[in-house]
Write a protein that binds this ligand. Structure first.
Ligand code: E4P
Length: 215
């Protein structure tokens, strides 16, 4: 499973890149709004730090506008992926950008049929938002299970990109279900390597090492 980081913060992206496990980045307008500076410059910086897919979201509501924005954003760097909303106009934009060889990420996927439709349109990634489904008392991870099966049933190349991740358990379940990608907030990404038994075990080893005759 690929690990993307879900942030537009350069410091967090740099720290995650240094962990040696980072495969890509996802941004959205809300994440961009937290950062200072021009969003295009931020995207260019992110693309320099991370060679993998970097999602940049369009904000037009019609296909023509989405395609125009997408082509502009794609000029920033070779690894930009265009994030398109999962609406009817978005399907048209995904089809057109895919035909031009530009990677797309269908965002705000909340149902299996939305996932199938964006895959049929040719999306490189489909982003189901698990946390936001959990928030309204639905089972977000159930959608991941369904999409993995649907894409496998029809050999669709679209990758399930688990989004709106809120906990390490979302990441564990994503890996068990065979999701292709999980985009993870920095805090959750940092927690994935931690275990209290590793910490206490290490403390004991270091204490015992002091008793070893090193001569
Ligand atoms: C990433 O692609 C999504 O935009 C992001 O994971 C949404 O997360 P949120 O539901 O915590 O805003």
């Amino acid at each position: 499973m690929k690990f993307f980081i879900d942030t537009a913060n350069l410091d967090e992206i740099q720290q995650a890149a240094e962990m040696g496990i980072l495969d890509g980045v996802t941004t959205n307008p809300s994440l961009m709004a937290k950062e200072k500076g021009s969003f295009k410059e931020i995207l260019a910086e992110i693309c320099k730090i991370v060679p993998g897919s970097v999602s940049a979201e369009v904000v037009s509501m019609d296909a023509e506008g989405m395609i125009k924005e997408g082509k502009e954003l794609a000029k920033i760097a070779d690894n930009i992926t265009i994030k398109i909303p999962t609406i009817l106009e978005g399907l048209k934009a995904i089809k057109s950008l895919t035909a031009e060889g530009i990677e797309t990420n269908a965002t705000l996927v909340f149902s299996p049929m939305q996932g199938l439709m964006v895959a049929k349109a040719g999306a490189t990634y489909a982003s189901p938002f698990v946390g936001r489904l959990d928030d309204i008392s639905h089972n977000g991870m159930h959608l991941i299970e369904q999409l993995v099966v649907i894409y496998e049933n029809y050999n669709l190349p679209t990758q399930v990109l688990v989004a709106s991740v809120r906990s390490t358990q979302h990441v564990v379940q994503s890996a068990l279900m065979g999701a292709h990608v999980c985009t993870i907030p920095f805090k959750v990404l940092s927690q994935l390597i931690k275990h209290p038994l590793t910490d206490s075990g290490l403390e004991k080893f270091l204490a015992d090492w002091k008793k070893v005759n090193k001569g």
